[in-house]
Write a protein that binds this ligand. Sequence first.
Ligand code: UD1
Ligand code: CA
Length: 457
Amino acid sequence: MNVSVVILAAGLGKRMKSRTPKVLHEALGKPMLHHVIDAVKSLNPAKIIVVVGNGADEVENRFRAEPVSFVLQKKLLGTGDAVVTARKHLKNGSVLILNGDGPLITTKTLKGLLTKHRRDKNTMSFLSFKDDGLSGYGRVFRDERGKVSRIVEDKHVKDAERAKFQELNGGVYLIESDALQNMDAIEKNSKSGEYYLTDIVGILSQSTGKLNAYECPPEDILGVNSRQDLFHVATIMRKRILSNWMNKGVTFIDPNTTIVHTSVSIGRDTVIYPNTHLEGATSIGGNCTIYPGSRINNSSIGDGVVIKDNSLIEDSKVRDRAIIGPMAHLRPHSVIGRDARIGNFVEIKKSTIGDGTKASHLSYLGDARIGADVNIGAGTITCNYDGTHKFQTNIQPGVFIGSDSQLVAPVTVGKGAYVAAGSTVTRNVPANALAISRSGQKNLKDWVKKRKLLKKG
Ligand code: UD1
Ligand code: CA
């Protein structure tokens, strides 16, 4: 598409009261600016320019992997100055200008604006919305015939005008590159000392430029200036995502306490209980049940998996029909096999657990390769760390590890072998052998009775 994009992201964000640049504040695990970049990326623009200033290095570093280029606005002299800074880097054609602090903008709404802009052969078009309860937005002034005449910033609007003009500026503009030369006519606002991008509207309406504002749902263009706004916007984003998944056949028992990031996918007939957080690049299969209180980050969960209450799963893979939790912790690079069972208070790190294998209670399994149909008894620990290095534990298929055993790595337990409960295994166990390492038991006959007699005497 013959569109270049300018995203304004240099502002200080004073009202956020933060050391972090405003556009890096996150809504659903992703910086506001990232949401805006994602929305424009789908338009396949010729170029995306981000105007940075406050915290420029931090912002640039965060988006190195994105197809955007950065332009530095040295002094933050307002949105008008920001666009002038970007102007010489633009290609001919239509220029889409957006505020970096409006993360709810959607590709669909942007496409709608482009279509109307072209249909009406405008020089400039922008998005507006109506909402009585909001302050801080520029107001769109129209003449008696309804033609847009200018935008006046909230703080400069008089009370009588406030009642008359209730259309607000959404901060999303399309303007033909030829018209950008008119930016030079914008004057410094005498009260704030800033150059307002919005003044271009008044300038163009005086000349031959054809311009118009198009209303869109307020939900698409809410801007974030404060932490309250951020919360409000994140709430809307969360509801949008949940209703999208509900439309695709996912049940949420309590959408108010469920958080699903934009990058997550969920299969049909999965049921998600309250207080579930699905984060990052996570995919959940169909027919899963996720009980209350779990957080799953950057992980892939197969079909028919059950995740019981209060489990944490990070950078891991859980295959079909496995049962995890309650209170299990899968740390990065864990793979849990089909029909496997990881029970309460079990911590897995960088380990592969075979199909049908069970570790049902109180275990630490780290740097382990565990085959299929293994039984890991309660309290089993892989001693994988000697204080300097990490070592592997290898447990082959069909092994039975008795409760309260320690496997001191590096060590291999061969196929079908048994480890007796309470053993400390320091050497490899051959296939089908029994490893037992504990002191023999002595029973002292009538010891209790004798002790009582001793006490009396
Ligand atoms: C702006 C609009 C207002 C509109 C609202 C919508 C102007 C003058 N006003 O107001 O009409 O209703 O957005 O959300 O444009 N920025 C820079 N350089 C600067 C100043 C700002 O890049 O020198 C960036 C900010 O980082 C921000 C965006 O421009 O992403 C908007 O700036 P902000 O100060 O938030 O403008 P608003 O007062 O919200
Ligand atoms: Ca703003």
